[in-house]
Design a protein around this ligand. Structure first.
Ligand code: OGA
Ligand code: NI
Length: 333
């Protein structure tokens, strides 16, 4: 069994986390101080839609404020997440597995059984929809974990559906187009814990990747930065904006939009002074959903991708390393 990082202190970076010299983060070249678009969801609808269109085409990322999820709940989610990773090692061991097919699992790095270099991350990954089905398998400690996380899951799903409606409209499609196309969507959550790292310039907490799902809603640590997004060949740091949520277009929306919207490369880095936490919520097509570029969009540009089921896509994604070529490249028509 691989070891969780969160169960002990690390004075030096173990060899198996060291990236080859050509693959390291190069902090001095990361752009700070510029921002990915911030969209106020209390703005007039037309404005929101045009901002989403712009952000999804040129960044693949945006942040939302006034999203309707109370600040207080976001703080509670962060607090219970950190409490979870501080549980005694024996408690966490009960949930540990390297098997990515398990629907509730505590693991480390990304795909420890397959990868050659590990990532400086522990994570709890859980299926969240329908809640009644999966909640019984969720961690029963800390005491308030299920209550707080399930409340957040419901809010996130609501926000996600609202955003998918706005994204549909921004593509010139019917408001419920994406919702219908993706079927009964699954919802997964990754609670990421990135401990302080003795040599952050040699490793990643998550190497460059794109998200395989449809839409990701990320709650970032309000105090510790670490997310980078690739824009025009340069890495941009997404500094935390307390109360905001970071939204990104996943591979499935890139396919559905026939390549108009971008599932952009992003990565997470660590630092030597502070641990960092993030909670990613993933909306995913149902396994049997047939994903294909929207017909209305292929009248303008021929289909870039072939039709496939999400089941096929997801299996392909987890059979690879995180930082290989864009998984969608393998589904071109
Ligand atoms: C992810 C992800 C970024 C972060 O979980 O897919 O990109 O900052 N997380 O934790
Ligand atoms: Ni991601």
């Amino acid at each position: 069994m691989a070891e969780l990082l969160s169960t002990k202190m690390h004075e030096t970076l173990p060899e198996k986390y060291v990236r080859p010299e050509t693959q390291r983060p190069l902090f001095s070249e990361v752009i700070t101080g510029t921002k990915i678009p911030i969209i106020d969801l209390k703005s007039p609808v037309d404005q929101i839609i045009s901002q989403i269109a712009h952000a999804s085409q040129s960044y693949g990322f945006f942040q939302v404020v006034n999203h309707g999820i109370p600040d207080e709940l976001l703080l509670k989610v962060m607090a219970i997440a950190i409490e979870f990773f501080r549980l005694p090692a024996e408690e966490k061991e009960k949930l540990y597995t390297d098997d990515p097919t398990k629907k509730v699992r505590l693991s480390t790095s990304f795909n420890v059984a397959r990868e050659t270099v590990h990532n400086w991350r522990d994570y709890l990954r859980m299926h969240c929809y329908p809640l009644e089905k999966f909640m019984p398998e969720w961690p029963s400690k800390p005491d308030l974990f299920k209550e707080i996380i399930s409340t957040y899951c419901k809010e996130v799903r609501q926000l996600g559906m609202k955003l998918l409606g706005a994204i549909s409209l921004s593509l010139g499609l019917e408001e419920d187009y994406i919702k219908e196309a993706l079927g009964e969507q699954e919802q997964h959550m990754a609670v990421n814990f990135y401990p302080q790292c003795p040599e952050p310039e040699l490793t990643y907490s998550l190497p460059a990747h794109t998200d395989p799902n449809a839409l990701t809603i990320l709650l970032q640590d309000p105090e510790v930065a670490g997310l980078h997004v690739l824009k025009d060949g340069k890495w941009i740091a997404v500094d935390p904006l307390p109360g905001a949520l970071v939204i990104n277009i996943g591979d499935q929306l890139q396919a559905l939009s026939n390549g108009r919207y971008k599932s952009v490369w992003h990565r997470a880095v660590v630092n030597s002074s502070k641990e960092r936490l993030s909670v990613a919520s993933f909306l995913c097509p149902s396994n049997s959903a047939l994903v294909s570029p929207a017909k209305k969009l292929t009248e303008i540009t021929p289909p870039v991708y072939r039709d496939y089921t999400y089941d096929e896509y997801y299996k392909k994604f987890w059979s690879r390393n995180l930082d290989q070529e864009h998984c969608l490249e393998l589904f071109k028509s």
